[in-house]
Design a protein around this ligand. Structure first.
Ligand code: AMP
Ligand code: MG
Length: 489
């Protein structure tokens, strides 16, 4: 079977990757298939789905696939590893999507590659379903992200702390070029490699940079701009990526690599879920600063291409990355204005937003419910009491609401319009950790996919009310709370 692959990455010099076939699995069975995404990719779901178990396990290679493991490096929790690469993933090729863009199709969990180091090249069902669920939820929240086309169980066990059912995820991405891909070549002193990779990235993601005086500098600025918007998008829904290593930052500006990521329930800026993030390096509130740190690592790889005069190149690169926090702040504030129902801007808005966060933190108020109920309160003042229930100290929140209502008077929107707009940016449904765990435990432990399918269905319409699923909008009971998430490779 042919899927219509193009091969722009495997046409790059051979040192960019290792050509390697997937390792067949014992007994592939299709767990979930994303028909609408298949259509977006120009595939015929009716023809592909019946063969999906074989195709998306790696057992049957599409005739036009050219599987490669991509080379990359990366800073992991601040420590540089010069050679990481796809240790358990293979890029099959790129498909020209209906919208004209090229999308990578990658198997994750497809067996050993020259980059596997001491690991097994495999993936467990739970974490692959987790990536499927959360990436599709992020997409429905209109946040740039890699997508998930399929999960196939392998009929094999993978050995982690326990023996777990194995699976292969098919991931779709604007590309899999990471900050760490640039670092791989730069660290080996392979300037030609960096240059070829930059040309590739310009052609694929930043064609407008080609006409700038310094294309390398233009790409750096454009990547920074996309990251500033992306991290703001994350934080506006309470998302914590959890492993913002430089190998997990995509040059395209998509969210990539769903490991120990999680959404906050109760608001606290220092929230960390990842079991391996002991120092809170990747805590909620640190995400913009870490993105900037990663961009500085990216900038370092580009210095020789920015200007022949090294001092000048460093100055230009520094100037390109310096405004990052201000760019992030601007996106975040613009997003917060939308979340609290403002269509115009006034100087005091920052203070209004900060006061709300401070009250939420003191109260441990649920992030998602606070804003959703605020949307209801904007439309109908009687709904205010439901919001206030989230705050033990009702006096403080009532006084905030009074100031907010006063501020709304100088905004042109009417009640209904404001409420409708707020509901479009303040989701009712996010992938709450306890629901995600419940769904994955049922799938991985009992082979029961019903909770996973139900949750996926709900998360595909996060801004709709869905009265039949109201319990999925609720935060966990104390006994249901999830404190730690695992990379679960
Ligand atoms: P991640 O933590 O998923 O971003 O992966 C970091 C690095 O470890 C990448 O080079 C992965 O390819 C590699 N890796 C993670 N899990 C495995 C595995 N089970 N087998 C081989 N390589 C792996
Ligand atoms: Mg990774």
């Amino acid at each position: 079977m042919r899927l219509g692959f193009e091969h722009t990455y495997s046409a790059l010099p051979s040192r960019f990757y290792a050509r390697v076939a997937p390792t067949p699995v014992a007994s592939p069975a299709l767990v979930v298939f994303n028909g609408p995404l298949a259509e977006e990719l120009g595939l015929d779901p009716g023809a592909v789905e019946p063969r999906a178990a074989a195709l998306f396990s790696g057992n049957e290679l599409p005739e036009d696939a050219d599987p490669i493991a991509m080379a990359y490096a990366g800073h992991q929790f601040g420590a540089f590893v010069p050679r990481l690469g796809d240790g358990r993933a293979l890029l099959l090729g790129e498909l020209r999507a209906r919208d004209g863009t090229l999308r990578d199709v990658q198997l994750k969990g497809s067996g050993l590659t020259p980059f596997s180091r001491n690991a097994d090249g495999r993936a467990a069902l739970g974490p692959m379903l987790r990536e499927y669920l959360i990436s599709e939820a992020m997409h429905a929240l209109r946040i740039p992200t890699t997508r998930s086309l399929a999960v196939v169980s392998t009929g094999e066990r993978v050995y982690r702390e326990d023996a777990l059912p194995g699976a292969v995820l098919t991931r779709v991405a604007a590309s899999h070029v990471r900050v760490g891909t640039f670092q791989y070549f730069a660290a080996r002193g392979d300037q030609e490699g960096v240059r070829v990779l930059l040309d590739y990235v310009i052609a694929r993601h930043y064609p407008e940079a080609r006409h700038e005086a310094s294309p390398a500098l233009a790409v750096l600025k454009a990547v920074a701009a996309r990251q500033a918007a992306l991290v703001a998008d994350w934080m506006l829904v309470g998302f914590i990526h959890g492993v913002m290593n430089t190998d997990n930052m995509a040059i395209s500006g998509e969210t990539i690599d769903y490991g120990p990521c999680a959404f906050m329930d109760a608001y606290h800026p220092n929230t960390v879920f990842s079991s391996i993030d002991h120092n809170g390096r990747y805590a909620y509130v640190n995400q913009a600063a870490i993105a900037q740190w990663n961009l500085v690592r990216f900038a370092e790889t580009l210095v020789p291409l920015i200007d022949a005069d090294e001092d000048k190149a460093i100055r230009l690169a520094t100037e390109a990355v310096a405004p990052f926090i201000a760019q992030f702040d601007a996106h975040f504030l613009a997003g917060m204005r939308r979340k609290i129902g403002l269509s115009n801007a006034e100087d005091g808005d920052v203070q209004l937003v900060k006061r709300l966060f401070s009250l939420m933190q003191d109260a441990g108020a649920d992030f998602t419910l606070t804003f959703r109920r605020l949307a209801h309160a904007a439309e109908n003042a009687e709904e205010e009491s439901a919001l206030c229930e989230l705050f033990p100290d009702q006096t403080a929140i009532r006084s905030w609401l009074q100031d907010w209502r006063h501020r709304l008077k100088s905004d042109p929107l009417g009640h209904e319009e404001r409420g409708a707009r707020m509901r479009q940016v303040n989701p009712a449904f996010i992938p709450r950790n306890h629901r995600v765990e419940e769904a994955l435990n049922a799938a991985s432990g009992q082979g029961d996919l019903e909770p996973f399918r139900r949750l996926l269905h709900i998360l595909q319409r996060p801004f709709e009310e869905q009265p039949g699923h109201a319990e999925y909008a609720q935060p966990p009971q104390p006994s249901e709370r999830v404190y730690r998430t695992f990379c679960g490779t």
